[in-house]
Design a protein around this ligand. Sequence first.
Ligand code: 173
Length: 503
Amino acid sequence: MSSKKVISGKEVAVHNNRESCWIIVHGKVYDVTDFLDDHPGGSKIILKYAGKDATQEYEPIHPPDAITTHLAPEKCLGSVEPDTALKIEVKVSDLEKQRLERVARRPPLSEVLNLHDFEAIAKLVMPEKAWAYYSSAADDEITNRENHTAYHRVWFRPRIMIDVTKVDWSTKILGHHTSMPIYITATALGKLGHPDGELNFTRAAANHNIIQMIPTLASCSFDELVDAAQPGQVQFLQLYVNTNRDVTKRIVQHAERRGIKGLFITVDAPQLGRREKDMRQKFEADDPSEVKNAGESDSVDRSQGAARAISSFIDPGLQWSDIPWFKKITKMPLILKGVQRWEDALKAYDLGLTGVVLSNHGGRQLDFAPSGLEVLVEVVEQLGKKRGLKFPNEKFQLFVDGGVRRATDVIKAVALGATAVGIGRPFLYAHSAYGQEGVEHGLQILQDEFQMNLRLIGANTIKDISRDMVDASGLGSHVVSVPGDRLYDSNYESMQHAQLREL
Ligand code: 173
């Protein structure tokens, strides 16, 4: 059959089972019968849409080119005759109606004063599934909360009587200009939060001269995000290494040809962490009857949540000896994302890499992994002692991500030796609640906070933020503010004091 053929929705509807399974995505009809068992998210979800239009379900969790990359061209049977496709009737539930009412009641952006506000609003207005996916973290979410509270254990030692009439917080990341020492870090599945997906970040980053790190698992295609960039706009790529290295090689070399300026290889996720908030959503099973039938033959256990369902391609065999291969296939600067101890940072340096991101993946991987901020201190110390390096350093750059909500957090990391800091969830929340405008507002908030805080600590530029401007002596002390164990705490029944007697 030629892909030019026009097929009626009625004809597609006949192919609604495991023996012959056609689906419609973006107006095209695909024969996915042979692909059912190879689908990383399992066959069950495809069979739910067998003979029907699957675009709405497909869109947020796949880049638009996922189908054409995974299916042979002849599996595209043609286009569906307009308005004839069977759709799954989506009933607007009462809960959804209530959510839409809350969306209409969002405060204007002028009332959003800080990045926490975005999180609070997003929690109220996002679809529950998307909130669960973005906000979830590993196990008891201790590391997730520690990422933020670690910043509370670093205090400023401000300088006074400095002429701070003019302050400038622009700097360079891997040699590229940025208006602030931050970048928008990679986060998967942007369309779960907003229909424009990661394009919101690309466009907002352009308007604020900020670097965007494009995720491997973006909802938008890589090329869409590169095409949307302004001339000269700098983008990095976050890479999940595929078990099939030919696929990885193709991605990397394509990225280099498209002008990507840095390759951030994720090294903290040989297997995805258990994110229980996400798991509780039973991701694809909106229909409660389906949850009961979850024992049906389907090789993927979707009770494991959205991320695990689509991450089976990630190679748990990735190791240090793979690094020379990456250096052979690309000239892009190579940075390891997810380094969690100084020994590994030194190894990365010794192997000639350009830098490391001290990160625990937003607390989504190993619970009780230390915060990037705490690792930063030991890495700077050991690279100084054992390799004679001073930070910040043009040749080997240190980045931190996780838990950042304020410019003061960024300034603390910079004082401790970081070149820049990655911010992920706050921009996801901003875009989920307000789209591109929200992301831009979030960036503007940070710009304003930088101006004020540089003045208040007595630094005219990023270069003037020195190690002596912070006291990090309490950072390693987890006694001060270890986050509470919320699940345990909510089960524990408080004891009572002695009561007054009844008269
Ligand atoms: O943290 C994540 O959720 C993540 O990195 C991921 C990995 C694989 C699939 C989807 C998301």
